[in-house]
Design a protein around this ligand. Structure first.
Ligand code: SPV
Ligand code: MG
Length: 280
């Protein structure tokens, strides 16, 4: 962020998706709760355990060099759970955590008529303080995410919460909105006089591109929060449909990556070199 001003963070639900994001030159990865839940065929409602999420994050960290922003939802409980989670995520290789100010179990943010319950401000303040006190590396970022707009609390509530979370030590504020246009985000960004920069997740409002974000001046991170799983599902859906419609793979095989490309992503060349060297 210090070097480029605005960083582009792509959601990853697997090591393979992370490798593809790295090749596409994203600055970092988002260990998305939504994407991992969808990968398991589950809604994003605190059903995936911390162990499942951590296991995938470790697998991702083992296959890429990009920094990972971990989506730890509500922090798996209260401030005590946050202490445990931050220790685990930092050890697992995350460079940042995002903690959101909803009650556990949370309801996914973008669903229509979702039950969105905000946590008491004092309680969330304690969770942010606990995260900051727990991190070992001072460069490990604690990002406080307010769901005040998602919950219908309005801009004043969102600004107030963001200020309190900054005072508690948050390094950045993630402001989320499920409005189909970026007006809430633009308005919040203009009204924000806090000392820390902002993070946005343009899932619901795709029109807010990097150029417009840069013009706002105080947003330093864009997270592309569900694009990996949606792109993968789009490709699989269409390919599977065609195979059944065609009665075989005779047509579709030309339109998907050849297996040699998967070998490349798997680094088969390294295995070949190791075979030549060590298998006697
Ligand atoms: C995620 O990707 O898990 C997010 C972003 O938290 S959203 O699903 O839009 O809330
Ligand atoms: Mg999430």
């Amino acid at each position: 962020m210090a070097e480029t001003g605005l960083v582009h963070i792509m959601a990853a639900h697997s090591p393979l998706s992370a490798i593809l994001a790295e090749e596409a030159r994203f600055d970092g990865l988002w260990a998305s709760g939504f994407e991992l839940s969808a990968l398991y065929g589950l809604p994003d409602m605190s059903l995936i355990s911390m162990t499942q999420h951590l296991d995938m994050l470790r697998a991702i960290a083992g296959r890429t060099t990009l920094p990972i922003v971990a989506d730890i939802d509500t922090g798996y409980g209260n401030a005590i759970n946050v202490i445990h989670a931050v220790g685990e995520y930092e050890r697992a290789g995350a460079s940042a955590v995002v903690i959101e100010d909803k009650t556990f179990p949370k309801v996914t943010s973008l669903v229509a008529d979702g039950r969105q319950e905000l946590l008491r401000i004092e309680e969330f303040q304690g969770k942010i303080k606990a995260a900051v006190a727990t991190r070992r590396d001072p460069d490990f970022l604690v990002i406080a995410r307010t769901e005040a707009l998602i919950a219908g609390g309005g801009e004043a509530e969102a600004l107030h919460r963001a200020k309190v979370y900054t005072d508690a030590g948050a390094d950045l504020i993630l402001i989320h909105s499920k409005k189909k246009d970026p007006s809430e985000i633009v308005s919040f960004s203009r009204a924000w006089t806090g000392t820390v920069p902002l993070v946005v997740v343009p899932n619901a409002y795709p029109d807010l591109d990097a150029e417009r974000v840069k013009a706002l001046g105080n947003i330093r991170m864009m997270i592309y929060g569900n694009y990996g799983i949606r792109a993968a599902a789009t490709a699989m859906k269409e390919t599977f449909r065609r195979i059944m419609a065609d009665g075989g793979v005779q047509n579709v095989h030309k339109d998907i990556l050849p297996v040699e490309e998967i070998f490349r992503l798997q680094k088969m060349d390294e295995v070949k070199a190791a075979e030549a060297r060590f298998l006697r």
